[in-house]
Design a protein around this ligand. Structure first.
Ligand code: EPU
Length: 338
C-alpha cells in the first residue's frame, strides 16, 4: 500500500482548488479498501472520488482515500432489460457512452455530468427531466467503521431532489463501492419534454430521435452553457433551485411576474436559482479568481488560483443579496468541506 504525504488535491477536485492532503492513498480493490479502513495509525480518513461535487476550503489533515475502483459488468439481462454493475470509480460520462455503444437506454439525458459513478447516488444526479433514481436498482457501500459491505436499494436511499440518505442520516458513514442500474434494451422510454432538448432535435431535423440523438442534444446544450471543468474549474450547479411554499410563491410572482417557475406539487413551487442570481446582478461577475459563470449564473468558477475560501465567500455574498432582493434563501448543492 502506497501512502503518500503532502499531496496536492488540485487534480482531484473539479473546482481545481489547490489544498494538500496530509496523507493520500489510491484504492483500486475492495480488500485494499478494507485494509486501509482498519489502519489505526491514521484515525482521520477522508474519501474522495471524482471530486465533482465538493468545495475544499482548507488542507485535509487526514488520510485522503481516493476511490479508483473500476469495472462495468452485466449482472442480469433478458430480451427487454439489462442490469449492470458499475464500480464506483468509473467516470460517469464514460459509463453513459458505454451504455450508448451497447444500445442501452436510460442514461442518455444524463450525458456529460462530471464526476464518478460512486458519487452519483449521493446527490441523486439529475438533468433534463431525468434523475439517477429513475434507473437506480441498488448500490453497495462499505461501512467505514466496520469495513462491511451493505446494500441499499432504491427505497433505502431515500432519494429526493439532489438529495439522498448519504447526505443525511448516513452522511460520512459509508463509501459507495458499486452502483446497480436497470436499463432498457428496446422500447426505450425517451424524455424529450425538457424544452431545450426538443428545440435542439428540431434544429437538426430529427423527428424520431434515438437515445444517441438525445445524448448528442444534451451534450450540445450542456456545452453551450456549462463550463468544462478541465478548462475552467467548477462544480456544476453550486446552488439548488429553491422550493418555496405556495403562499410565498404567490407573493413572489406578483412582484416578479416574468420569473420562470415550476410547480412541484399543489403546495410548492420551484424557482431557478440561476435566474435569481442573474437578477441580483452576479452573472458573469468576477471577484479575483472566483467568479459567476457568464452563461449560467448557477455555476461558480475558479479562474485559476481561487482558494476554496474565495469561492465560499462569493457564494455567501450571493446568498445574502438574493435573500435581500427576493426574500428567498438559496442553499448550496455542493458539499462544502470546512
Ligand atoms: N436562468 C437564468 N439565468 C441563468 C441561468 C438560468 O435566467 O443564468 C433561467 C433560464 O432561463 C431558465 C431557468 O433559469 O428559465 C432554468 O435554467 P436551466 O434550464 O439552465 O436549468 P437550471 O434550473 O439552471 C438545472 C440543474 C442542472 C441541470 C439543468 C437541466 C439544479 C440545481 N441544476 O439547472 O444541473 O443540468 O437543470 O436539467 O437543479 C448540476 O446539478 O450540476 C446541474 C448542472
Amino acid at each position: 500500500m502506497n501512502i503518500q504525504e503532502n499531496i496536492s488535491l488540485k487534480a482531484y477536485n473539479t473546482f481545481g482548488i489547490d489544498v494538500k492532503a496530509r496523507y493520500f492513498v489510491e484504492i483500486t480493490g475492495l480488500v485494499q479498501l478494507q485494509k486501509v479502513l482498519e489502519l489505526k495509525s491514521y484515525p482521520k480518513k477522508f474519501i474522495i472520488s471524482g471530486g465533482s461535487n465538493m468545495l475544499l476550503t482548507k488542507d485535509i489533515d487526514a488520510l485522503v482515500i481516493h476511490i479508483n475502483l473500476k469495472g462495468i459488468t452485466i449482472a442480469e439481462e433478458n430480451e427487454d432489460e439489462v442490469k449492470i454493475k458499475v464500480m464506483a470509480g468509473e467516470n460517469w460520462h464514460g459509463l453513459v457512452q458505454w451504455t450508448l455503444e451497447k444500445g442501452y437506454g436510460g442514461l442518455e439525458n444524463l450525458s456529460l455530468i462530471p464526476g464518478n459513478t460512486g458519487t452519483a447516488p449521493i446527490q441523486n444526479i439529475g438533468a433534463y427531466g431525468v434523475e439517477l433514481k429513475d434507473v437506480f436498482v441498488s448500490c453497495t457501500a462499505m461501512e467505514i467503521k466496520t469495513g462491511e459491505l451493505v446494500s441499499f436499494d432504491n427505497e433505502a436511499c431515500k432519494f429526493g431532489y439532489r438529495d439522498s440518505i448519504f447526505k443525511n442520516e448516513a452522511k460520512g458513514q459509508y463509501i459507495i463501492t458499486s452502483v446497480h442500474l436497470k436499463l432498457t434494451k428496446k422500447n426505450h422510454v425517451l424524455h424529450t419534454g425538457y424544452g431545450a432538448i426538443e428545440a435542439e432535435l428540431k434544429k437538426n431535423g430529427i423527428v424520431y430521435p434515438t437515445i444517441r440523438d438525445i445524448s448528442d442534444a444534451v451534450i450540445t446544450i450542456r456545452q453551450s452553457k456549462l463550463p468544462d471543468p478541465a478548462a475552467l474549474g467548477n462544480s456544476g450547479s453550486f446552488f439548488k433551485n429553491p422550493v418555496i411554499s405556495k403562499k410565498a410563491f404567490e407573493k413572489f410572482i406578483k412582484k416578479h411576474p416574468e420569473a420562470p417557475h415550476y410547480e412541484v406539487d399543489e403546495e410548492e413551487f420551484k424557482i431557478p436559482a440561476g435566474w435569481l442570481i442573474e437578477q441580483a446582478g452576479f452573472k458573469g461577475k468576477r471577484f479575483g479568481d472566483a467568479g459567476v459563470h457568464e452563461k449560467q449564473a448557477l455555476v461558480l468558477v475558479n479562474y485559476g488560483n481561487a482558494t476554496g475560501e474565495d469561492i465560499l465567500k462569493l457564494s455567501q455574498l450571493i446568498q445574502k443579496e438574493v435573500a435581500q432582493k427576493f426574500n428567498i434563501k438559496i442553499q448550496p448543492e455542493v458539499n462544502i468541506i470546512k
